[in-house]
Write a protein that binds this ligand. Structure first.
Ligand code: 5GP
Length: 190
């Protein structure tokens, strides 16, 4: 998606060979016009999939997921991140390791909002090692629902998440694919 790639080149800050900061339009301040384009593009790519729910994880996935869901005419659910939980019967829980934060979170969704028979599109801001997306896939499976695809705003193709998801059989659609952040240079995969 050219508008997204342009924005990444103009405003992205390379923090290391592995981490890109995009606080000015996605992770802190949000560009609503760009989100509109992103959500519309995800909805176009997954239009034939008979999606019933869009699922993301708080907080940076919510903006693109919301527009996607609006375009598809379905609700959006965001999994919550919690450090530790007392045992509860009305939620699904999975553990997710975050390499940017170097910590493990428990992610949860209420059983009320994801049910057997749902056809789920997962949306996230970044794909790195695939931990967040795979955790969301496990939550969907626990509910007896089906993951029909995974939409990623920025894929870091040089990390192994995209291969893990594809090897597990999931369709992954990424709007910008970064091949390298080496020496402060943002190189796209295409
Ligand atoms: P994964 O679970 O695929 O390893 O990492 C994806 C999650 O980590 C995303 O939800 C995002 O919050 C965060 N993340 C991973 N890499 C980056 C990055 O380079 N920049 C930013 N801003 N977040 C990242």
């Amino acid at each position: 998606m050219e508008a997204l790639k342009k924005k990444i080149l103009e405003e992205g800050v390379v923090l290391s060979d592995e981490v890109l900061k995009v606080d000015s339009f996605l992770n802190h301040q949000i560009d609503p016009v760009l989100m509109e384009h992103i959500g519309t593009e995800f909805a176009r790519r997954f239009a034939e999939e008979k999606i019933t729910k869009v699922l993301t994880i708080e907080s940076s996935g919510i903006a693109p997921a919301l527009i996607t869901a609006r375009e598809l005419g379905v609700p959006v659910i965001f999994a919550r991140k919690q450090k530790s939980l007392t045992l509860k019967n009305d939620i699904y829980v999975e553990k997710v390791y975050s390499f940017t934060k170097q910590s493990t979170n428990e992610i949860t969704i209420s059983k009320q909002f994801l049910v057997s028979g749902d056809r789920v599109l997962i949306i996230d801001d970044f794909l790195a090692r695939g931990e967040a997306s795979l955790g969301l896939c496990r939550l969907v499976e626990k509910a007896g629902a089906t993951v029909v695809g995974i939409g990623i705003v920025i894929e870091k193709s040089f990390q192994n998440g995209v291969n893990k998801l594809k090897e597990a059989g999931f369709r992954v659609e990424s709007l910008a694919r970064i091949a390298s952040l080496h020496q402060n240079q943002i190189q796209f995969a295409e």
